[in-house]
Design a protein around this ligand. Structure first.
Ligand SMILES: *Cc1c(COP(=O)(O)O)cnc(C)c1O
Length: 399
């Protein structure tokens, strides 16, 4: 007899485009860091819907905000003003360098808005955006062109023009790549999809200096690093570097689809009526959820707790490295985004390790073909971290 999970899997595989590698579980309920599948199996979630459910599943404040707003007003388009969209923009402005916000529905769309803004706000003839090798900026054609990994381009050529990729970590080459047509440099403070690869403070400060020298916009893609993930509300706060344009998405509404592009009033003034738009962007229900999410994160003590438990998480991961030297090379990350980098020889085992952890009831993933990535809800407890690392040790010991 087939299980409920199998039944749903079979129905889905028959009618849904097969562009995802899915775990064989149909999830039906979530609470905090726990998820439950259709057969009642429990999972401890160190993936958070890929760094999205930062407050955990069904956080009461967010659920309450969604329900309240869904009973008031669901959608009106941006031909009108709404209270939740306005309040969210006020909160984002109050808690960042930015003065103006544009709302979209995803990370890729937030980056699209940033790309369009960088072009339209620049002098005529300046359109090229330089991003970094190993970066990830989304799956629309422009953001895939900005993404510095050829595996995402293959089969979709020709790529849109106006994108170049600089080798990771080399300021001199980057400087030499800047031409009269360059308008911006786009980067992630930590390359999440490439296996949690941080850009050093010095490197990012060097990029800022290059942008100032050549009069370019510095765009930070904080789609993954934003919203408390690194232990501060945004990663740039820890780096001594302020971008001109920043994109946010993933955790912004704790699970509802949203993206945002933040910038100064001066730069934003280039986006006059008719230049850019989104039907759903800043939808009342989604922004109400984001207001509840953001208020929870900026409340006294929340981010301090993330940093403290983040350090504890790092300690526990670091203990694993000398215990399994053939498998593990390094620990990297900050706040609540961590990776166990596998040894060169071990990388082939990454997907297998993830599968074994899944079989044991733990959700993690393998990023950039190099590292096991851990992006749990920011509310994860030290006891839950202990459970994960104990289980990891058991699975590693099987090798
Ligand atoms: C996930 C991600 C994106 C794309 O976001 P979508 O919501 O999937 O479009 C862009 N940039 C970074 C850094 C991401 O992690």
């Amino acid at each position: 007899m087939s299980t409920e999970n199998e039944k749903i899997k079979q129905r889905a595989d028959a009618v849904i485009v097969g562009n995802y590698n899915r775990n064989p579980a149909a999830l039906v309920k979530g609470e905090g860091c726990r998820l439950f599948d259709a057969d009642g199996r429990e999972y401890l979630d160190f993936l958070s819907g890929i760094a999205v459910c930062a407050l955990g599943h069904c956080h009461p404040a967010v659920t309450e905000a969604i329900c309240r707003q869904a009973g008031e007003l669901v959608h009106v388009s941006n031909l009108f003003y709404t209270q939740p969209q306005t309040e969210l923009a006020e909160l984002l402005v109050a808690n960042t360098f930015a003065e103006k916000v544009f709302f979209a529905n995803s990370g890729a769309e937030a980056n699209e808005a940033a790309i369009k803004l960088a072009r339209i706000a620049s002098d005529p003839g300046r359109y090229e955006i330089i991003s970094l090798e190993g970066s990830f900026h989304g799956r629309t054609l422009a953001t895939v062109a900005a993404t510095g990994q050829t595996k995402f381009h293959q089969g979709f050529e020709p790529m849109p023009e106006g994108f170049a990729h600089a080798p990771f970590g080399d300021l001199m080459v980057l400087d030499n790549m800047i031409t009269d047509s360059t308008c911006a440099i786009l980067c992630e403070p930590i390359q999440g999809e490439s296996g949690v690869r941080p850009l050093s403070k010095e490197y990012l400060q060097g990029i800022r200096t290059l942008c100032d020298k050549h009069d370019l916009f510095l765009i930070f893609d904080e789609v993954q690093t934003g919203m408390g993930r690194t232990g501060t509300l945004f990663a740039y706060e820890q780096l001594g570097v302020t971008p001109d344009i920043m994109t946010v998405a993933k955790a912004l509404a704790n699970g509802l689809p949203i993206g945002a592009m933040l910038t100064s009033s001066d730069i934003a003034s280039a986006l006059v009526p008719g230049t850019h738009a989104s039907t759903f962007g800043g939808n009342p229900v989604v922004t109400a959820a984001a207001v509840a999410t953001l208020k929870t994160m900026v409340a006294e003590g929340f981010l301090t707790g993330v940093r403290e438990r983040g350090l504890y998480f790092r300690e526990q991961l670091q203990k694993l490295v000398p215990r399994f030297p053939k498998l593990l090379a390094d620990v990297r990350g900050v706040g609540m985004i961590w990776a166990l980098v596998l040894t060169e020889a071990g990388t082939v085992h990454g997907a297998d390790l993830v599968k074994r952890m899944f079989d044991h009831g733990y959700l993690i993933n393998f990023a950039g073909n190099v590292a096991l990535r851990f992006v749990p809800p920011l509310i994860v407890t030290t006891a839950e971290i202990d459970r994960l690392t104990t289980e990891l040790a058991e699975v590693f010991a099987e090798y």
